[in-house]
Write a protein that binds this ligand. Structure first.
Ligand code: ZN
Length: 418
């Protein structure tokens, strides 16, 4: 019998909740986790069949995902993103075993397409009137795109300091786009309140709803398929942490199936200007406290967790249990990493998408990651998401007249001589 989704179980009190578009535990308010039945043999058979399946993208793994009972998933070709080895690691402070998992190749340019595809698939199957999400930008674009695909209305609440490029990308998909004064947690509160009053499904990609997180498991499945040897380290940009939680769960399922013999060490990398999880880790605490005023160029992880710091506690617990850790990198290190990835490897990330690479460089410099270690850095969002973030660092074009001599002279000023 193949693995079967049975229940949503509270990770705090163990209570079960029905498979519906509810959010936190009805008994204690804790985080709910989707739980499946299935023997190791059943899971193994499901994974082996998925590898052989001709279905492109993440829905090849549908046997181990929440699948709508009626109809087909809402898809745009998400998943199957490239795993790219660093070609010139010594030029920019990396190690030979470092690889980029390029979530930038997803349909809207970020990993959020995975949770959005699952969330909108369930929303359509349940027949909810619409979906609502709070977003720091990328989840908003994903939810708006998949809602458009599903033919469902969507409301996207963003903080009012959203980068302009992200706002226009979201708007193109035609959601009702609301800019909430203040930081992400204010938008989170309003989305939750409105969903409770309206019956619309709140698909906010934190640990609020169990279903979107399931989509993130497919990153682990793909890493196993792309490189069967489990990496020593996986570094992940983290705000509340659903991507880290999903990757951990995916590897745990592969281990349950007997397909991997260990799990990777997971590192939650945060921006120094918004680092509630890294601060708790550094202090040796189990409980994560909400952050005050977030301030970082990495807009995708500018989330202070005010009102849902227990998401951070869960993420930290899982990172620790994996043998990993949490750390914070400052904005200069993030922008330096983005520049290095682009200039030495041809991989363009928005600042948030470079955060894991900044963390890897720090851990390599500190000796925590060894030269022989294998490392995967999640590149979560494309450089085209927020190109204005690099304006201060980019060279302006050199203006010339349309004459060969003018081109020769311009190139000579930068050392290119004929
Ligand atoms: Zn509970």
């Amino acid at each position: 019998m193949s693995p079967t989704l049975r229940t949503l179980r509270c990770v705090v009190c163990g209570a079960d909740a029905a498979l519906a578009h509810r959010t936190k535990c009805p008994s204690c308010g804790g985080i709910l986790d989707a739980r499946y039945d299935g023997s190791p043999e059943a899971w193994r058979a499901a994974f082996v069949a998925a590898v052989r399946d001709a279905t492109p993208g993440m829905w090849r793994w549908r046997a181990t995902l929440p699948v709508p009972r009626h109809g087909t998933p809402v898809q745009l070709g998400e998943g199957d993103t490239p795993l790219i080895a660093a070609e010139r690691p010594d030029a920019w402070g990396a190690v030979p075993g470092l690889r980029f998992k390029c979530e930038t190749a997803n349909p809207t340019g970020s990993f959020k397409d995975r949770p959005a595809s699952v969330a909108l698939s369930m929303a359509r199957a349940w027949g909810v009137p619409g979906v609502v999400t709070a977003s720091s930008g990328n989840a908003g674009a994903s939810v708006a795109a998949y809602a458009a695909r599903a033919g469902l209305p969507s409301v996207v609440l963003v903080p009012d300091d959203l980068p302009a490029g992200k706002a226009s990308q979201i708007a193109l998909y035609g959601p009702i786009l609301i800019a909430v004064r203040g930081h992400f947690s204010r938008a989170y509160d309003l989305a939750l309140d409105w969903a409770e009053r309206s019956g619309w499904y709140d698909v906010t990609s934190t640990l609020l709803s169990a279903f979107p997180t399931e989509g993130n498991k497919t990153v682990a499945y793909e890493l196993w398929r792309q490189a069967p040897r489990v990496p020593d380290w996986i570094l992940i940009p983290v705000s509340s942490g659903p991507l880290l939680v999903g990757i951990a769960k995916g590897f745990a399922e592969l281990r349950h199936a007997g397909l991997v013999d260990r799990e990777p060490r997971l590192v939650a990398v945060q921006a120094a200007g918004c680092a509630p999880i890294a601060a708790a880790y550094d202090a040796g605490r189990d409980e994560v406290d909400a952050w005050g005023d977030p301030e970082t160029v990495a807009s995708g992880i500018r989330d202070p967790l005010q009102g849902y710091a227990d998401d951070g506690t869960r993420t930290l617990e899982i990172a620790r249990r994996s043998g990993g850790s949490a750390l914070a990198v400052d904005d200069d290190a993030i922008l330096d990493a983005a520049e290095a990835m682009a200039r030495y490897e041809g991989v363009a990330a928005e600042p948030t998408g470079a955060v894991a690479v900044a963390g890897a460089r720090r851990m390599i410099a500190d000796g925590r990651i060894g030269r022989e270690d294998t490392v995967v850095c999640l590149v979560t969002g494309h450089g085209l998401k927020d190109p204005a973030a690099y304006l201060d660092r980019s060279a302006d074009p050199i203006p010339i007249d349309p004459e060969p001599a003018a081109l020769t002279a311009a190139l000579a000023t930068v050392g290119v001589l004929t």
